[in-house]
Design a protein around this ligand. Structure first.
Ligand SMILES: Nc1ncnc2c1ncn2[C@@H]1O[C@H](COP(=O)(O)OP(=O)(O)O)[C@@H](O)[C@H]1O
Ligand SMILES: NC(=O)OP(=O)(O)O
Length: 326
């Protein structure tokens, strides 16, 4: 199978942990041991989040008095791809000696007219109290929004249209490499009327980019790995119940929160609707078991999945809401 995995920010930095390199390298090593089990049997493309890390770099840059202006978010996104990509590269090489691993700095095309530029939603950096956040917003010109019971800086997060280096990723996969790419959703770029690429200030959602990439690579599965074992009905209440199987329509109808589960649900639904294949949301530790059909919330056109021999589950006749790949 060809599998695209989106690795949640929580796998790199758990809630409340300091963003020290040593802590993140340890977390990446734990993640790599799980991901290696998938890579032993399957082609693997890994994308990762960068929200906490890009916020740290943005603050460092803004506080550097030698600079006449802080580094823009596209440049900071590339920095996080280099840093986290290096950690994943080394950890995957150590987990799978002899296997080729490539970590790329690469770009994602967005549209200059995307309304997301004027309505920032992507959380970056650390959490603050309401008072701290409001002070920072005034002093530094940030936009801040509530994230659970705290506040965080938000930046524009346009929809990913295409991973610019898709063909190169495909070539690396076909050469047997594990590919780490599109970290932080990819460096956001727009194409000028002359056809030239140019960076633009934004942070793209990595789950949505993983979905776009998985479809373009004709992946058999898209796995969104985070710190919960699936999507829950009545999440956070005593009646919460994990959803083991779902159709895209049923999952969309749950109306999940835009800052956390919402983009993951949109990413898996989009992939399943466009390809007719399987996508899932679950815990990093359950990656293999999700592919086996034993964990996670698994989404297919008909809401059925029997395991890796059923990677293109049949679509029941009565469901006609998705487009199948020829
Ligand atoms: N209905 C739901 N089911 C499961 N998790 C949910 C739900 N609604 C919100 N969440 C939250 O979504 C979080 C995962 O999203 P997020 O923090 O953005 O993940 P990551 O950083 O790993 O990409 C979970 O830790 C959980 O707190
Ligand atoms: N870019 C991105 O989606 O990062 P997080 O997953 O860390 O929010």
């Amino acid at each position: 199978m060809r599998i695209v995995v989106a690795l949640g920010g929580n796998a790199l930095l758990r809630r409340g942990e300091k963003p020290d390199a040593s802590i993140q390298i340890h977390n990446v090593e734990v993640a790599a041991r799980e991901l290696a089990k998938l890579a032993e049997k399957h082609e693997l493309v890994l994308t990762h989040g960068n929200g906490p890390q890009v916020g740290v770099l943005a603050l460092e840059s803004a506080n550097d008095e030698r600079l006449s202006e802080p580094y823009p978010f596209d440049t900071l996104g590339a920095q996080t791809q280099g840093m986290i990509g290096y950690w994943l590269l080394q950890a995957m090489q150590n987990a799978l000696p002899g296997r080729h691993v490539a970590a790329m700095v690469n770009q994602t095309l967005v549209l200059a007219g995307d309304p997301a530029f004027s309505n920032p939603t992507k959380f970056v950096g650390e959490v603050y109290s309401k008072e701290e956040a409001e002070k920072l917003a005034e002093e530094r010109g940030w936009v801040v929004k509530p994230d659970g019971e705290h506040y965080r800086r938000v930046v524009g997060s346009p929809k990913p249209q295409r991973v610019i280096e898709t063909r190169l990723v495909r070539s690396l996969l076909e050469a047997g490499a594990i590919v780490v790419c599109s970290g932080g959703g990819g460096v956001p770029v727009i194409r000028s009327t002359e056809g030239k690429l140019r960076g633009i200030e934004a942070v793209i959602d990595k789950d949505l980019t993983a979905s776009v990439l998985a479809e373009a690579l004709e992946a058999d599965a898209l796995l969104i790995l985070t710190d919960v074992d699936g999507v829950y009905e009545d999440f956070g209440t005593e009646n919460q119940k994990q959803v083991p199987r779902a159709t895209p329509a049923a999952l969309r109808a749950m109306g999940l929160p835009s800052g956390s589960m919402g983009p993951k649900v949109e990413a898996v639904c989009r992939f399943v609707e466009l390809t007719g294949d399987m996508a899932a949301i679950g815990r990093l530790e359950d990656a293999v078991s999700i592919i086996e059909g034993q964990s996670g919330t698994i989404v297919t056109p008909g809401g059925n999945y029997g395991g890796p021999d059923d990677i293109h589950p049949p679509i029941p006749e009565q469901i006609d809401t998705r487009i199948r790949r020829a």
